[in-house]
Design a protein around this ligand. Structure first.
Ligand code: ZN
Length: 98
């Protein structure tokens, strides 16, 4: 799975040293909370889309503002917004393109 961040897969922080296998890839996070949030968010995206995998995921935003993202699989695209609290998804909604 390709991503837009080089640092922590969720927040792009470059500090920390927490690794977890995500989608079969050893993935870097700053901490376990980001890893939990990321995993829960991916699960939710797959549930909403019915996709078995995600090719690309782009995230922007931050913890307090929430994160606006999109995922792609082949030529399909899913736009969404989410927030998390301690790694649990507290808000998730599909965004429709303008
Ligand atoms: Zn992070």
């Amino acid at each position: 799975m390709k991503r837009n961040y080089d640092g922590c897969a969720l927040c792009d922080a470059t500090w920390g040293n927490y690794w977890r296998e995500i989608e079969g890839e050893n993935t870097f996070f700053c901490c376990n909370i980001c890893a939990d949030a990321y995993e829960n968010m991916l699960k939710r995206v797959k549930k909403e889309t019915g996709w078995d995998k995600i090719d690309y995921l782009e995230i922007s935003g931050n913890y307090s503002a929430g994160r606006t993202c999109y995922a792609t699989k082949g030529d399909e695209r899913f736009d969404f917004f989410f927030r998390h609290e301690d790694g649990e998804i507290t808000e998730f909604r599909k965004l429709t393109k303008d």
